[in-house]
Design a protein around this ligand. Structure first.
Ligand SMILES: C[S@@+](CC[C@H](N)C(=O)[O-])C[C@H]1O[C@@H](n2cnc3c(N)ncnc32)[C@H](O)[C@@H]1O
Length: 679
């Protein structure tokens, strides 16, 4: 369900400015420069495993079906089959078969309808609390199996629900922390992309329950391909009318097999087109279908990032999972969204230089319409329809406030003969300035927008991927390239663009491409909307292998223990306690319960803790300081076990901060246990 530049012959950013896939190993650095660069070394190590998900159906070249078609056209069909001339008898037989199938199909459909009417619409997905629930009821929940096995409710951090206008969707059942790997799905189906025969045969080999899960996924009605230039329609016809030819003539199926499976295969191929995920692996592309992954809708401000750990085994089967990471903090009940517009990964060099998510709303929607056949109704798009922050300008009147591109005001529209407005749909104007209250006239708006066009055009012709790559030194540092980017930002600023204009944000992303030290950090380089920033950052970290994997967490835990032991040893030396004061193994391993603090003793500890917090205030940030403050106050109100207190701190929402402060927390735990103030 993703797209990657790997899969696209060319890609354009806004105004065609892009990108494509720049060459070189640093080409794929994600915009989250700090994280990505920090993970550069890790990424190099992981590169062998780097995979990128993308949408099948992303243009003719990128789909399993199109790949299969290409393979077929290129002679990958069984020898002796392709190019076989058909005699009149064969053609008559084919027509007879088609007629028979049409009749059988109508009968089957009628039977299906009857069954549905009897059983309600939940035919393949089990619903929780189905009693009294109409199909599609917003409160209904389905629980498909993971690789055929149904997880218990308590194991699932999300549930499904009926969205408004986007079919089914998933929403969080509990709060998720940014960077949290909260779910992993083993695909029900995995096959080499392009090997259509293997894909279909793998599907047919599934158990009936698993097949039902796959066929229960949403797909466009027959005859509606959903996507422009849909490759499946090109391959087998919009209604599957050439499926039989494909199966028999190209894939070498026996007629009896086709008779038995045709309808099922036809339904399956439509599901594949709408729901499969393709991952770039070393051995080639792997196409997967996971019932859960297939239910996550798209948003232009996604809160979930997916990566995979898929691997082809020597027997040709696939092992591994699709891993779900919370890209931002997600609240309980919030819908989960991923990014269908492009893949934001970076380690393997496939990140688009111009992420589609930065595009203005019109361009984003056109892209999704072309690639996916739906008009995006995500919250960000809906909010940007009237005035789009990605087309933001300094107010031509007061220069302090900001105005956005929007539809021209009706009074500015040219009048027709009869006096009625005949404004072309594309006519643009500028919104009212919140600071001075003025709304630029049509003439002023036209000038501002003309300046924008000129500036963007200049950027587009000069800042090509090749030029950008040229900015970088051999080690990938941006070096003086940053000055160029800053120069460009100043030009755009001079041309009247505002901070949240896509071109400014794009420059910020590019500037962030380098290692952390070179990241531009002074104003106005804080332009990305926070959630988008989080998403890019998490994507970069995931791709750079910097997310807290289980290994990493275990390592961090060991490191924390080590620090704690060191701190205790140091303290005991300072106390002059010598060997006696050495922590017991149980304490080092966190096994020994810490004694509860008495209110009087707490007074001694608090100043020390506060001093520690103050020392680390900057790293903690505002959110961290207030969180720790709350914990501290709660502890002061009702002092209990220091362990509980420290546990509260360990639940700090940001995993990064948690890691950073694990040593600090260990010291706090230690001090609490020793009742010694100071750090
Ligand atoms: C892989 S499916 C996602 C699950 C789907 N909603 C369902 O009911 O099974 C993709 C389809 O969901 C819908 N969809 C996903 N994100 C959307 C969005 N942002 N706006 C509108 N429709 C969306 C589109 O119909 C799209 O073809």
């Amino acid at each position: 369900m993703f797209r990657t530049m790997l899969a696209q012959p060319s890609a354009s950013g806004p105004d065609g400015l892009s990108a494509g896939r720049p060459g070189g190993t640093d080409a794929g650095r994600p915009p989250a420069g700090a994280a990505a660069a920090a993970g550069r070394a890790a990424a190099a190590g992981r590169r062998a495993r780097a995979r990128r998900p993308r949408a099948p159906g992303s243009g003719a070249a990128g789909t399993p079906l199109a790949a299969a078609a290409a393979a077929v056209a290129g002679g990958a069909c069984p020898p002796g089959r392709r190019g076989r001339r058909r005699g009149a008898a064969a053609l008559r037989a084919r027509d007879r078969r088609r007629e028979r199938w049409a009749t059988e199909k109508a009968e089957k459909q009628a039977a299906r309808d009857r069954r549905r009417a009897r059983a309600g619409a939940a035919v393949t997905l089990e619903r929780d609390g189905a009693e009294g629930e109409a199909a599609g009821d917003a409160s209904s929940e389905w629980r498909p199996a993971v690789a055929g096995r149904r997880p218990k409710d308590s194991q699932l951090p999300f549930g499904s629900f009926k969205t408004e206008g986007q079919g089914m969707g998933l929403r969080a059942r509990r709060p998720l922390q940014k960077g949290e790997v909260f779910f992993q799905e083993r695909p029900l189906l995995a096959a080499a992309e392009g090997d259509l025969n293997a894909l279909i045969r793998t599907f047919l080999g599934l158990g009936s329950r698993q097949k039902a899960l796959v066929l229960g996924l949403g797909c466009p009605p027959e005859g509606q391909t959903g996507r422009r230039g849909a490759p499946m329609a090109a391959l087998v016809g919009a209604r599957g009318e050439r499926l039989e030819e494909l199966l028999i003539d190209e894939l070498g199926w026996r007629e009896e097999e086709v008779d038995t499976h045709r309808d099922e295969v036809w339904h399956f191929l439509r599901v594949v087109e709408a729901n499969s995920t393709v991952w770039a692996a070393d051995q080639g592309q792997i196409l997967t279908i996971g019932p859960f992954t297939s239910r996550v809708n798209h948003s232009c401000e996604p809160n979930v990032y997916l990566f995979d750990t898929l691997e082809e085994k020597p027997d040709g089967k696939y092992a591994g999972n699709i891993v779900w990471v919370a890209a931002t903090a997600v609240q309980e009940g919030e819908e989960l969204y991923i990014n269908y517009a492009d893949d934001m990964g970076g380690g393997g060099g496939s990140v688009p230089l111009m992420p589609s998510l930065l595009m203005p709303v019109g361009k984003r929607r056109r892209k999704l319409q072309t690639d996916w056949g739906f008009t995006c109704s995500c919250p960000r798009c809906v909010e940007s329809l009237e005035t789009d922050p990605a087309r933001c300008f300094q107010c031509p009147e007061c220069a302090e406030g900001r105005v956005m591109a929007c539809r021209a005001a009706p009074e500015d529209a040219p009048a027709g003969d009869d006096g009625a407005a005949t404004r072309p749909a594309a006519a643009e104007g500028l919104s009212q300035c919140r600071a001075c209250g003025s709304r630029p006239s049509a003439q002023v708006a036209a000038l501002v927008l003309q300046e924008e066009r000129k500036a963007v055009m200049g950027l587009r012709t000069t800042l090509t991927p090749a030029a950008f790559m040229g900015y970088k030194s051999g080690r990938g540092h941006l070096g003086r390239g940053r000055d160029r980017l800053e120069g460009w930002a100043q030009k755009l600023w001079g041309a009247g663009l505002g901070e949240t204009h896509w071109a400014m944000q794009w420059l910020e992303c590019l500037a962030g491409w380098g290692p952390p030290k070179s990241k531009l950090s002074r104003p106005p380089w804080r332009l990305l909307p926070p959630r988008l920033h989080d998403y890019f950052e998490t994507a970069g970290r995931a791709e750079a292998g910097a997310l807290p994997s289980e290994d990493e967490l275990a390592r961090a835990a060991r490191a924390a223990e080590q620090l704690r032991a060191e701190a205790e040893a140091e303290l005991s030396r300072a106390e002059g306690g010598g060997a006696e004061a050495e922590p017991s193994p149980a304490e080092v391993e966190g096994g020994a319960p810490l004694p509860a603090l008495e209110p009087g003793e707490l007074k001694k500890v608090l100043p020390g803790l506060l001093a520690l917090f103050r020392t680390h205030k900057d790293a903690l940030g505002e959110e961290g300081v207030s969180y720790l403050g709350e914990q501290l106050k709660a502890f002061a109100r009702a002092p209990g076990s220091p362990e509980e207190f420290v546990r509260g701190l360990r639940e700090f929402p940001s995993p990064e901060a948690r890691r950073e402060f694990s040593a600090l927390l260990d010291r706090i735990a230690y001090m609490s246990s020793k009742k010694v103030p100071g750090g």
